[in-house]
Design a protein around this ligand. Structure first.
Ligand SMILES: Nc1nc2c([nH]c(=O)n2[C@H]2C[C@H](O)[C@@H](COP(=O)(O)OP(=O)(O)OP(=O)(O)O)O2)c(=O)[nH]1
Length: 324
């Protein structure tokens, strides 16, 4: 059976859930009650969309029935396609802009208000891991182009990207790094000053030793990922992996990567001739792991919402996020 055949198994359900935030910026989680699938796990309140119902109407109804509130549904956060052993669902998560009434667990479910940075410490279903990442982590992952001869210009462009709101950067310049490792190290040091200054996060392309030396994250190329059986850095330093198929995604998940980059999704100038896997295939792969995944290949800033609607953490790009 092919991966795509397997991914089509089981009934397909559309679930809507709400991110309800209180005045102290805490998010509401509900505990799934005994006797139901995934019992005991914490979830964002919501439920299945009934036939003929809009997702918004379904969410208003579910929150009224489960919590006793009248909610105003806001913008989409992410829609996560997820394959479970006996079902396949699309978890469509919306922000709740406002509500009236007092939140109560009308089904006998436990409720908890959680500060955003503590969400990851609650046991949740697989589909919720990408949701938590979407709420907390950057939706744009910049990959630097080669600096060429003009390092000052490269640094200025990096700074402009950071000033434009990019908060996660992979410092990548394989030709430059091989050509002059000493100069690359100096350039990385200077780049890191800008990254720290703007409160962003940096990862270095494929060089675990350099990541350790600078105390930053590492972005694993697929060939290196394939040699690993455990996470190469502590939890305090990011580990993201480049993946192209289900085997690599599963490996990235099993060694405890924080996220993966999957692509090319669309044709891209950096890989001329490669057609791209397309969004449908992206979804088929996305739903078989619980990792947050950035979509790579032909992506521009305007594609973040589209990427999120296919369950991506956001976009990863060189050209699409590099100024000028
Ligand atoms: N409401 C909600 N459901 C979630 C989340 N994450 C997640 O995997 N789910 C799954 C669990 C359920 O399979 C489905 C929601 O269906 P439901 O809660 O209305 O249905 P249910 O458990 O009564 O019925 P069943 O799925 O056990 O047949 O979505 C989440 O954050 N919120």
């Amino acid at each position: 059976m092919s991966d795509s055949d397997r991914s089509r198994n089981g009934k397909h359900i559309h679930v809507v859930a709400g991110v309800i935030v209180d005045a102290r910026d805490r998010i509401l989680l509900a505990r799934r009650t005994e006797g139901r699938d995934l019992a005991g796990l914490w979830e964002f309140p919501g439920g299945k969309v009934d036939p003929g119902e809009t997702p918004e109407a379904a969410l208003v109804r579910e929150l009224r029935e489960e919590l006793g509130i009248e909610a105003r549904v806001g913008t989409p956060v992410i829609a996560v396609p997820q394959q479970y052993p006996h079902k396949r669902l699309r978890l469509d998560v919306r922000r709740i802009d406002a509500w009236t009434g007092t939140v109560k667990g009308l089904d006998g479910q436990a409720l908890v208000w959680v500060p955003s940075h503590k969400l990851a410490s609650y046991a949740m279903p697989d589909a919720d891991r990408p949701v938590v990442a979407a709420l907390q982590d950057p939706d744009r992952y910049l990959i630097t182009p080669e600096p060429g001869e003009d390092a000052a210009r490269w640094l200025a462009a990096l700074r402009a990207a950071l000033d434009a709101g990019v908060r996660r950067v992979q410092l990548r310049a394989p030709a430059f790094a091989v050509g002059d490792p000493g100069r690359w190290r100096t350039l990385v040091e200077r780049a890191l000053a800008h990254v720290r200054d703007t409160g962003a996060e940096a990862l270095i392309n494929d060089d675990v030793a350099m990541a350790e030396a600078f105390g930053i994250g590492v972005h694993l190329r697929a060939p290196r990922l394939r040699t690993l059986s455990s996470r190469p850095l502590p939890k305090t330093q990011l580990v993201i992996a480049s993946c192209h198929d289900l085997e690599e995604l599963r490996l990235a998940q099993s060694i405890g990567c924080d996220a993966a980059v999957l692509g090319p999704v669309l044709p891209t100038a950096s890989h001329p001739g490669a057609p791209g896997i397309g969004w449908e295939r992206f979804v088929e792969l996305r739903e078989q792991v619980a990792l947050p995944i950035y979509a790579l290949g032909g992506m521009a800033v305007g594609d973040v919402a589209l990427a999120r609607s296919h369950g991506a953490q956001g976009i990863a790009a060189i050209r699409g996020l590099w100024p000028g």
